[in-house]
Design a protein around this ligand. Structure first.
Ligand code: FAD
Ligand code: NA7
Length: 540
């Protein structure tokens, strides 16, 4: 039986971003549980609390980069442009917290160090860096898929006399106006930073290792009429997004690229280039860019031709040309390639001249050139999905740590549960659906709420998946990924950005619609794959 009386809280939630905020709302406001949320940050917002670098914004469109549940807020909330700035998203999440009186149950500036399960009591003990410890029956880890920075330790890094910073913890007092700025990394974050910094820095030096495919975002101001139409359309928008693959708010193409003529392909690419948005270009042009190498090459060649067209200096254009498949998380920006036509922007290809060391004055590349800098920005990404879990001491049945259970590659059942870790629920854990995140997060938090509600109603001691279900889900995710071109390219979506780490599958690539159907199927089959109070040894 569940141990209601002896616990400090019914549920402890770790993290106060999109996921933790909604988990608190659902578990407290809807199920009536007592809940405490911990976050090490000084405010709510998660990603949008930490990532304050110039140019930080969503590259999912604003209308879909929100919760769908708060219909009243959808009717009131407005924003300036097609994409949301970091400030707007942070203000939005703060507003959600305020509207639903959530802050009283959120304890900020409190890192969680460990979560240990006591099998006899059926309780979790969560210990914090402030020296406190609390018990709960349920633990929801809303740690964030991109919340542990990857900060490569180049030789001499600590000797730099200017400001050195990772984009994921940008300090409020750091201004770059008029300064000599260097940025390492040209992923989604690095390219956003380049677009913003190019306009204000005295000089911007971009240190690029692997060039990526950028398409325009089509960012533009929105008017009142836009919001009037949008509000009338929200029911359709959410319905469509939740049935779609990437939940980005557009109709995904059902047409194979090579099934149409060459001129039609160009027309479709050009039309979508003009409309803007990275996910739209990858999934809205043709149905098979990520499956068919030939189709992928057509899209890649189109973008490459645009680079040559836009970038005036042929040598810079050459260095910007990607050589891999177009198969990383897609990137879009307002004027990335145009930024290189400015006199104050220069590009260093680290493939040609790698970083030798960081010096007190700047950064020296293998050709012996010292790039003198006032500010050095690491836009070097994150230890995605599993990073924040591996920093926590999580112990399930028999004192087994999550680290031990996972070994060198993480696993889960449905991205949420792990065998041997009863009543622990991950929001956006390993092998969650690859899509626009707020919509995926809502799906999982609602699923977790259903599971907890079912455990409460049936008065079960706990819930956890079988090892078999976890293995089968993990294998299925690997199989789906293997049918696409995604794993053929190294990037954070396979953990391949962390040196020495073997490539692993971190996402379910079959789309949100299919994922939601799978959850419905599991529930209808009386929570197939879960142990509902049965003897674990007998079933596994
Ligand atoms: P987070 O927002 O990361 O929140 C996790 C919280 O957990 C953090 O506040 C962290 O401090 C806290 N935490 C972690 N470990 C501990 C611990 N041990 N103790 C206490 N607290 C802890 N996604 C999209 O779909 N579209 C986009 O356009 C998009 N743009 C992005 C741009 C950037 C720059 C970044 C970094 C990410 C972007 N993402 C985007 C992904 C983004 O992370 C998610 O959309 C979403 O914000 C994740 O919310 P979350 O609550 O799951 O995690
Ligand atoms: P990414 O996409 O992982 O990009 C990191 C960038 O940093 C990428 O260009 C890397 O080059 C580069 N990098 C990483 N390590 C090094 C070293 N050691 N030397 C040189 N260059 C390096 O992270 P982002 O933050 O841009 O984006 C992650 C997600 O966050 C994104 O999809 C959004 O959802 C927000 P590489 O390609 O590895 O050669």
């Amino acid at each position: 039986m569940s141990n209601k009386k002896n616990a400090d809280f019914d549920a402890i939630v770790i993290g106060a971003g999109f996921a933790g905020i909604y988990a608190l709302y659902k578990l407290r406001n809807e199920l009536g549980l007592s809940v405490r949320v911990f976050d090490k940050a000084g405010g709510v917002g998660g990603t949008w609390y930490w990532n304050r670098y110039p140019g930080a914004m969503s590259d999912s469109e604003g209308f879909i980069y929100q919760y769908s549940f708060d219909r009243d807020l959808l009717r009131e909330w407005t924003w300036e442009k097609r994409y949301l700035s970091q400030k707007e998203i942070l203000a939005y999440l703060e507003r959600v917290v305020e509207r639903h009186d959530l802050s009283e149950d959120i304890q900020l500036r409190t890192s969680v160090e460990s979560a240990v399960y006591d099998e006899t009591e059926g309780l979790w003990t969560v210990a914090t860096g402030t020296g406190e410890a609390f018990t709960s029956r349920y633990v929801v880890t809303a740690l964030g898929p991109l919340s542990t920075s990857h900060f490569p330790d180049f030789k001499g890094r600590d000797s730099f006399e200017g400001r050195i910073v990772h984009t994921g913890s940008w300090p409020d007092d750091l201004q770059i106006e008029g300064k000599r700025v260097g940025v390492i990394g040209t992923g989604s974050t690095g390219t956003q930073f380049v677009c913003a910094a190019a306009k204000v820095a005295g000089h911007l030096t971009v240190f690029q290792r692997t060039p990526q495919y950028n398409v325009p975002s089509g960012n533009a101001p929105l008017d009142e009429d836009y919001f009037i139409k949008l509000r009338e359309d929200y029911d359709r928008i959410w319905d469509q997004a939740k049935k779609s693959r990437v939940a980005c708010g557009f109709e995904e193409s059902q047409t194979a690229a090579m099934s149409v003529s060459a001129s039609e392909r160009q027309r479709v690419f050009q039309e979508n280039w003009e409309r803007g948005n990275g996910f739209r270009f990858m999934f809205g042009t043709f149905s098979d860019l990520i499956f068919d190498p030939e189709a992928n090459k057509e899209a890649a060649d189109f973008i490459k031709s645009k680079i040559d067209e836009i970038v005036e200096d042929p040598e810079t254009a050459r260095k910007l040309q990607p050589t891999d498949y177009y198969a990383k998380r897609p990137i879009c920006n307002e004027d990335y390639y145009e930024s290189y036509n400015r006199e104050n922007v220069s590009l260093v290809s680290l493939k040609e001249t790698p970083i030798r060391e960081i010096t007190p004055k700047g950064l020296v590349t293998e050709d012996g050139v010292e790039h003198e800098l006032d500010v050095l920005v690491f836009a070097t990404g994150f230890e995605a999905v599993e990073g924040s879990y591996r920093q926590l001491d999580i112990r399930g049945r028999g004192g087994v740590t999550l680290e031990e259970h996972w070994g060198d590659a993480p696993s889960s059942y449905l991205g949420v549960n792990v065998s041997g870790f009863p009543n622990m629920f991950m929001v956006y854990g390993p092998n969650s659906v690859f899509s626009n995140l707020p919509t995926a997060i809502e799906t999982q938090v609602e699923w977790i709420t259903d599971l907890v509600s079912m455990v409460e109603e049936r008065e079960l001691p706990s819930i956890e998946p079988t090892l078999k279900a976890e293995e089968e889900w993990t294998d299925l995710c690997a199989e789906i990924a293997g049918n696409s071109l995604f794993p053929k390219v190294d990037s954070w979506i396979f953990g391949a950005n962390i040196p020495g780490r073997k490539k692993r599958v971190l996402f379910y690539f079959a789309g949100l619609g299919n994922y939601r159907q799978k959850l419905r199927d599991v529930a209808e089959a009386d929570y197939e794959g879960f142990l509902l109070g049965e003897d674990r040894e007998a079933v596994s």
